[in-house]
Design a protein around this ligand. Structure first.
Ligand code: PMP
Length: 403
């Protein structure tokens, strides 16, 4: 019966780690992985997370009952407050419907499905994604029945934002289209709009009557400051816009495999939020019934306990700082080799990744000749670098650029 099943291609991002694992060369580097690594190249479990986990295990009231369909209510409350801010008018007026979902991906998927069913009938089912974007966005919205279109985002010449192209494409979008916006630390480019550009995007979104859908996968990870990284989301919410927000705790709490995330829909009134939440549950129930409890319990404790929260924020600053330091080390190493071109983008780009502009064939050479594993769009994970490995990467880049 299954003889007709075709071999699927490997996932372009997850496949990088598979290639790295299979590479026997001792110099091999994994710069494809979108996960934080210590200076020693090791995965890192935050101390605040370990502490929260121990408290949960020691709690005699802990049980393994099902969570409600909408998940851990305390986690949901803390998650939306983290994004929208403690003084959010939308939260104060109880206009936000929040459900726990399976990390960022699951939150996006539930959000896309909800929009596909419940956007007004007169709205087109079209989503605008930045070009480029995290590869999974296309499949997530495609599976939910959206027609996927792109808006210009990255300017290859400046390795910065193509703001003119972005605003032109979004202005031309049919009213009622969904626009996906990376809340901060755009993946894969590391290029974000400035404050002033966000203000213009807000006006454009309102004028063109777009539906903003924020993907917040890196809050606190970009600048080390949770509030600063939420500025764009708060700007839109405080301007009174109705919006959708997917949050992931994979990076900022290092809870990758725990799948802790939240989907919020900001509405106009408490009554609408109640109805929206009831419909979100109908999306979730036939998909996976209810979400897993452990990761959300950890995140709720870390956010809710003042001591753990302070510990978390300090570790978050430490992770962001190490990544920034790696940008400087790599930049200095590239400059020291007099590689042609302006490499200052390495310093300017934000968050976990740097988008190098290296061509596909140059990337292939990095993998084959230098055992440096990365996605073939030229994205490198700064979190996968260390002071010890940055010179090797610079040497390899010098070689592939010269050839
Ligand atoms: N959105 C973006 C932009 C991402 O980079 C990621 C993780 N790579 C996600 C969403 C989802 O991650 P997760 O499902 O692990 O939370």
């Amino acid at each position: 019966m299954w003889e007709q099943v075709q071999q699927a291609p490997p996932d372009p991002i997850i496949g990088v780690t598979d290639g790295w694992r299979a590479d026997p060369d001792p110099r091999k580097l994994n710069l494809g992985v979108g996960a934080y690594r210590t200076e020693e190249g090791k995965p890192y479990v935050l101390k605040a997370v370990r502490e929260a986990e121990q408290q949960i295990l020691a709690d005699p009231a802990m049980n393994k009952e099902y969570l409600p369909i909408s998940g851990n209510a305390e986690f949901n409350r803390l998650a939306r407050t983290l994004a929208l801010g403690p003084n959010s008018p939308a939260i104060r007026e109880a206009r936000v419907a929040t459900v726990q979902a399976l990390s960022g991906t699951g939150s996006l998927r539930v959000g896309a499905e909800f929009l596909s069913t419940h956007l007004p009938a007169s709205f087109p089912r079209i989503v605008y994604l930045p070009n480029p974007t995290w590869g999974n966005h296309k499949s997530i919205f495609g599976k939910a029945g959206f027609q996927v279109r792109e808006y210009r985002y990255f300017d290859a010449a400046t390795r910065g934002l193509d703001f003119g192209g972005m605003t032109a494409d979004l202005t031309a979008a049919p009213p009622g289209s969904v626009v996906l916006l990376h809340a901060c630390a755009h993946n894969p480019t590391g290029v974000d709009p400035s404050r002033e550009q966000w203000r213009q995007l807000l006006e454009l979104t309102r004028r063109t009557r777009l539906v903003p859908f924020f993907d917040s996968a890196y809050q606190g990870f970009a600048s080390g400051d949770l509030d600063a990284d939420a500025a764009a989301v708060r700007l839109f919410a405080e301007a009174g816009l109705e919006l959708v927000l997917a949050q992931s705790f994979a990076k900022n709490m290092g809870l990758y495999g725990e799948r802790a995330g939240a989907l919020s829909v900001v509405t106009k009134s408490r009554e609408v939020a109640t109805r929206v939440e009831s419909q979100l549950k109908l999306v979730i129930r036939p998909m996976y019934s209810n979400p897993p409890m452990h990761g959300a319990a950890i995140a709720a404790r870390v956010m809710g306990d003042p001591k753990l929260n302070a510990m978390w924020q300090e570790e978050l600053r430490g992770m962001a700082k190490r990544i920034k330091a790696m940008r400087q080390v790599l930049y200095d190493q590239l400059r020291a080799r007099n590689i042609p071109g302006d490499w200052s983008f390495v310093l300017k780009q934000i968050g976990m990744f740097s988008f190098t502009g290296l061509s596909r064939s140059q990337c292939e050479m990095l993998v084959k000749k230098w055992h440096i594993h990365l996605t073939l769009d030229g994205r490198i994970s700064m979190a996968g670098l260390s002071a010890a490995t940055a010179p090797y990467l610079a040497e390899a880049i010098a070689d592939v650029v010269a050839n």
